[in-house]
Design a protein around this ligand. Structure first.
Ligand code: PGA
Ligand code: ZN
Length: 422
């Protein structure tokens, strides 16, 4: 099959902000569309997302947040080189990397490059009469990933209702994906009920569907979620544990970690000890970005003596970038990595990062962004790439359930196993 048309255009994400979509038409008449997510607590080292803050599309009703330039790059720079070619992901990704060899796709934008990469992957899967997941894992039993879900959100996702970004839970004692999801849903509903008791406006959900409840201290937030786990009859530490995304870059300035609501300040070495104390005094199984994106010293110091079984994830630290991961492997900066395709800009190079992490015995968690769409390709990637864990936000919001529901679809229609990464 051949590509006959390819167009980029602007759509809206789950926050009402513009984002890029690309539709690719094959010569059998089928249309293959990719919709691209976008972050709020974006790492400094991520690939470049082009928004119209400057240039000919600047201003307008979206106040500089439109993505018309990225769409034009698809239509004028990328599409002409792909019309008439077969939808082959490896070849197309090479073509794009050649077209824009700048680091992080400075010229064409990673929101443009990823849209093409995913549209082509979908079209290739179709041309081989496969689902997207089976493009990456053609045969054998599929392994559904262990989910983690947001219960509380603060930081950049919820106007700083908490000092840290997210308190999530991992249902690591569940025996199937659907059971895991039922536990997540029960805990999220319990948190909404208990939030009412606290007098919190629990109709206020954050960008990723977590509850935006005011907590003056992080310890208070951890205790609240721990009690919600118990209140639905699940055992903390055995069935379900906490996972914390500190997104610490957001509250680190000039060598100081500042928890504004708690009115506490820490030197980097003190913050390393504080994080260790938090982990040791709560049922926490996973922490993400506990330190700032360029504060490698604190990461490395923390890893010298980590609590047994603790997963330490680099998100803003690595930004799904192979060179940064290589440094993290060399210095033993973490034992896990968050994989976000739009931090990288192409599917094939995102997969390279994931495989390098797997080879070096690091856990991999495929992740959505705070700005998402109804597209569910992320679920297919997580399974097809054997990531073993997935993070897509809460159990609320169609842009979140699109991914959970795709995993439930795979569980119902294919021979599946369930990952037990803990
Ligand atoms: P973001 O947040 O999509 O706003 O960057 C998600 C995360 O930090 O994991
Ligand atoms: Zn994060």
């Amino acid at each position: 099959m051949k590509i006959t048309q390819l167009m980029g255009y602007q759509i809206l994400d789950s926050r009402g902000k513009p984002t890029v979509a690309a539709s690719l038409i094959l010569d059998d008449g089928t249309v293959h569309t990719a919709r691209i997510p976008s972050g709020a607590s974006t790492g400094k080292h991520e690939a470049r997302e082009i928004r119209d803050h400057e240039g000919k599309f600047a201003g307008g009703m979206y106040r500089g947040n439109s993505v018309y330039q990225a769409c034009e790059n698809i239509n004028e720079l990328i599409a002409p080189g792909l019309i008439g070619r077969t939808p082959d992901l490896t070849a197309v990704d090479q073509f794009i990397a050649h077209l824009d060899p700048t680091p992080g796709f400075q010229r064409i934008g990673a929101n443009a490059s990823l849209a093409i990469s995913i549209a082509v992957a979908k079209a290739q899967a179709h041309s081989e009469r496969k689902s997207l997941v089976r493009l990456f894992q053609p045969t054998g039993q599929l392994k559904l990933p262990m989910p983690m879900a947001n219960i509380l959100s603060g930081g950049a996702h919820a106007r700083n209702t908490m000092d840290i970004q997210d308190v999530l839970v991992i249902p690591h004692g569940a025996s199937s994906f659907h059971e895991a999801l039922s536990w997540l849903s029960a805990i999220r509903e319990s948190a909404a009920r208990e939030g009412v008791v606290l007098g919190a406006p629990t109709h206020l959900t954050a960008d990723e569907g977590g509850l935006a409840i005011e907590f003056p201290t992080v310890e208070g937030a951890f205790d609240f979620v721990t009690s919600c786990i118990s209140s639905v009859g699940l055992r903390t530490g055995t069935d379900v544990s906490l996972a914390i995304d500190f997104a610490a870059t957001q509250f680190y300035h000039d060598g100081i970690y500042r928890l504004a609501k708690a009115k506490r300040e820490f030197q980097a070495t003190e913050f390393v000890s504080y994080v260790r104390h938090l982990v040791n005094s709560h049922p926490i199984i996973s922490i993400e970005d506990p330190f700032a994106e360029d504060d490698w010293n604190s990461w490395n110091a923390f890893m010298e003596e980590i609590p047994e079984g603790l997963q330490v994830i680099g998100d803003d630290l690595y930004t799904t970038n192979l060179l940064r991961l290589e440094r993290g492997i060399k210095e033993n900066s973490s034992n896990a990595i968050l994989i976000k395709p739009n931090q990288n800009g192409l599917l094939t190079s995102t997969l390279e990062v994931l495989q390098r992490a797997q080879q070096s015995n690091r856990k991999t968690i495929v992740s959505a962004r705070s700005g998402e769409t109804e597209d569910s390709w992320l679920a297919d990637l997580a399974v097809g790439w054997g990531a073993e864990q997935i993070k897509v936000g809460s159990t609320h919001g169609s842009e979140r359930t699109a991914k959970w529901n795709r995993l439930l679809e795979l569980e119902a229609t294919e021979a599946c196993d369930f990952a037990h990464p803990f």
